[in-house]
Design a protein around this ligand. Structure first.
Ligand SMILES: Nc1ncnc2c1ncn2[C@@H]1O[C@H](COP(=O)(O)OP(=O)(O)O)[C@@H](O)[C@H]1O
Ligand SMILES: [Mg+2]
Length: 239
């Protein structure tokens, strides 16, 4: 029998809901709109949102891979098999890319989802010394973004700025979140037609674009028990 996996994740609560006195969780569903790009200047809550998402993903029956360019915020995962830091992001990317190729070569209907989560993708690209190297990793990521959905390989990445130097286009991200005060270029890249609606926000607050849906304002909620959340993530990274 074909297994069906639940690829829904809560990304925040609705600002509209809060304005009207109710807490409305806002979901994204990778099965209908794959991948998520998170853009925010330093200190605006990218890693915090990622931790909130990882806590949920870790409870699913999926393979979780965490690539953390800075290697500080997730230091407690250092010994975990599926945690990669600094330049090892290259290894994580190669692994996911290989897996994608294999899945493409032998199509199956019940692939277990892979969630490839990358904190500070642009930092990683900037750390590479040659343009050739950068282009090669950008190209691999672009392939994963383009082909991943059909074989249940999903990407969540964070960057300080959305910029054509780091991604080959916003088109393959079914979901985009921008937090805090975004640059003009980031706004254009993430929200295109709706760019005029975007205002400057404080840490942990911003906008969500889901393919085919109206833009919404979201607030990233406080993580109730951060130590417990990290324990759950750690368990998933050791699997
Ligand atoms: N939604 C939020 N609620 C409460 N605290 C938050 C929230 N988002 C971020 N923070 C806090 O703000 C600081 C910066 O957030 P962080 O996620 O590290 O930013 P970034 O990764 O974008 O540089 C951290 O100390 C974090 O705990
Ligand atoms: Mg961070």
């Amino acid at each position: 029998m074909m297994k069906s996996y639940d690829n829904t994740i809560v990304v925040g609560v609705s600002q509209f809901g809060l304005d009207n006195g109710i807490i409305l969780p806002v979901n994204i569903d990778f099965s209908s709109a794959p991948h998520l790009i998170i853009v925010a200047p330093s200190g605006s809550g990218k890693t915090y949102l990622l931790t909130f998402l990882l806590g949920q993903i870790a409870k699913k029956s999926v393979k979780l891979i965490l690539a953390d360019f800075k290697g500080i915020d997730f230091i407690e995962f250092d010994e975990c098999k599926d945690y990669y830091k600094h330049s090892d992001i290259a290894k994580a990317l190669d692994y996911v890319y290989e897996e994608l190729q294999q899945r493409m070569a032998e199509p199956k209907k019940d692939n277990q989802p892979i969630y490839f989560c990358v904190d500070e993708w642009s930092g990683f690209l900037c750390s590479l010394t040659t343009k050739k190297e950068q282009d090669s990793f950008k190209q691999k990521m672009a392939s994963i973004l383009m082909l991943g959905r059909g074989v249940q390989v999903f990407v969540i990445m964070s960057l300080q700025r959305a910029d054509a130097n780091y991604i080959t286009g916003r088109d393959n991200f079914g979901n985009a979140v921008g937090l805090g005060t975004l640059s003009k270029e980031s706004i254009k890249m993430l929200f295109a037609d709706e760019a005029d609606l975007i205002q400057s926000k404080s840490r942990g607050k911003g906008y969500l674009r889901i393919d085919g849906k109206p833009l919404s304002e979201i607030v990233v909620p406080k993580i109730r028990d951060i130590a417990k959340t990290k324990e759950i993530i750690k368990t998933a990274l050791l699997k």
